[in-house]
Design a protein around this ligand. Structure first.
Ligand code: FES
Length: 109
């Protein structure tokens, strides 16, 4: 299945993913600058992504902990999620996700 990432400069990057994989890992494998500092413990918000609105309703709902963490993220949008909390499934084949501008990797940029 495929996941498309939209980088901060508007480039589309397609990644191959196995169903069940975690969106944060897929993004990192595709070279996206998401730090994911806490490795999925919901103790940071450096894995924040903005999901394309047409895909957002297909995602499992965010937990309260995720919502609380998102409140602290920069550039939060209505369709923001923590990528470490999303396991992709066949229904999400083709999902588009944008990397928010405020997340940056000093080495890559
Ligand atoms: Fe820290 Fe997702 S990696 S909340």
């Amino acid at each position: 299945m495929k996941v498309t990432f939209i980088t901060r400069d508007g480039q589309r990057v397609e990644a191959e993913a196995e169903p069940g994989a975690n969106l944060l890992e897929i993004a990192q494998a595709a070279g996206m600058p998401l730090e994911g500092t806490c490795e999925g413990q919901m103790a940071c918000s450096t894995c924040h992504v903005i999901v394309a609105p047409e895909w957002f309703p297909l995602l499992p709902e965010a937990s309260e902990e995720e919502e609380d963490m998102l409140d602290l993220a920069a550039e939060v949008a209505r369709t923001s999620r923590l990528s470490c909390q999303i396991a992709v499934s066949e229904t999400l084949d083709g999902i588009e996700v944008r990397i928010p501008g405020a997340s940056h990797d000093a080495q890559a940029f």
